[in-house]
Write a protein that binds this ligand. Structure first.
Ligand code: FES
Length: 296
């Protein structure tokens, strides 16, 4: 990474020697000891440390009577977990076929050159991790790069410096219709795989994502924006700020289950499948804007 653009923040990522066993014990106390909870435990530890330190996994193994091998099997199965410290900023560049033919290798080379690392590595100052993925589900807009959860489409080599500088300074507010970080995603029900798009109802000028919500014995529809990055939505009935809703598929009527809790407010995160591969998760609490995209 060019020296003038780096703001070193070595303290932002805790090192393995700094594992706080009391903290790990508190996380364990909060969760039951079944398989589903192990994922939630690991997610919480990863959120705290930016990766899964070996010492933390040993404590989890010891206190839950699970073998370390089992815990590592879960930790290495899910792409979301990392056994190595990651940088403060995550640059994820698509190297799928469509992006590849549109010049993704040259974009990745430019990131590698400017950061002074290879894809899969983290800069020495722990500012940036550079990763590649196989497809982000938006092939027509390639080359696609995701930085700290913000999408950038049709990325050019000449824009790489600007993107890295912006990542360090922090991305500002999103502006629908103008901001390339707002990105359309098609989502399906994780139970029946039915397309959740509703062409008859628009949010942000695009077909919405239709779900059924229930709260305090009331049930009605919720239409979410299909633009990743936008938190706009419309509901059939008023939902008080701070209330946690239950989500159901309008096609199979099955509940959308959660495998993790929101890192910002602790409410369950609701997951849907992304066409082209991946999972998009949104927080089930009214008013919490936490959302995540994990692409395969
Ligand atoms: S190949 Fe890059 S988004 Fe599909």
């Amino acid at each position: 990474m060019k020296q003038d653009a780096v703001v070193s923040n070595k303290d932002s990522i805790k090192s393995q020697e700094q594992v706080d066993s009391e903290y790990i014990l508190r996380v364990l106390e909060k969760h039951d000891e079944n398989h589903g909870e192990l994922i939630a435990i690991l997610e919480e530890i990863q959120t705290e440390y930016g990766y899964l330190p070996e010492e933390a996994l040993r404590i989890v193994s010891d206190k839950t009577n699970r073998s370390l091998v089992d815990i590592y099997a879960v930790a290495t199965f899910y792409r979301t977990f990392s056994l190595k410290p990651k940088g403060k900023h995550l640059v994820c560049a698509c190297l799928g076929t469509a992006c590849h033919v549109r010049g993704a290798p040259r974009i990745i080379e430019e990131f590698e050159q400017q950061l002074g690392i290879k894809a899969g590595q983290t800069t020495e100052d722990k500012e940036f991790t550079l990763e590649t993925v196989n497809c982000l589900g938006a092939c027509a807009l390639g080359p696609v790069v995701v930085i700290d959860g913000y999408y950038f489409s049709k990325v050019k080599k000449s824009k790489v410096t600007q993107l890295l500088d912006k990542a360090i300074k922090g991305f500002d507010e999103l502006e629908i219709g103008k901001d390339k970080r707002i990105f359309p995603v098609d989502v399906n029900c994780p139970n029946c795989n039915h397309d959740l798009k509703d062409e008859t109802f628009e949010v942000d000028g695009c077909p919405s994502v239709k779900l059924i919500i229930s709260l305090d014995h009331k049930e009605g529809w919720l239409r979410l924006s299909s633009l990743y990055g936008s938190c706009n939505f419309s509901t059939e009935f008023e939902i008080p700020e701070g209330k946690v809703m239950n989500f159901t598929c309008p096609h199979c009527r099955k509940k959308l289950h959660s495998t993790s809790n929101c890192s910002m407010c602790g409410a369950p995160m609701i997951s849907m499948l992304v066409s082209g591969g991946g999972i998009v998760s949104i927080c089930s609490r009214r008013g919490c804007k936490n959302h995540m995209l994990d692409l395969i």
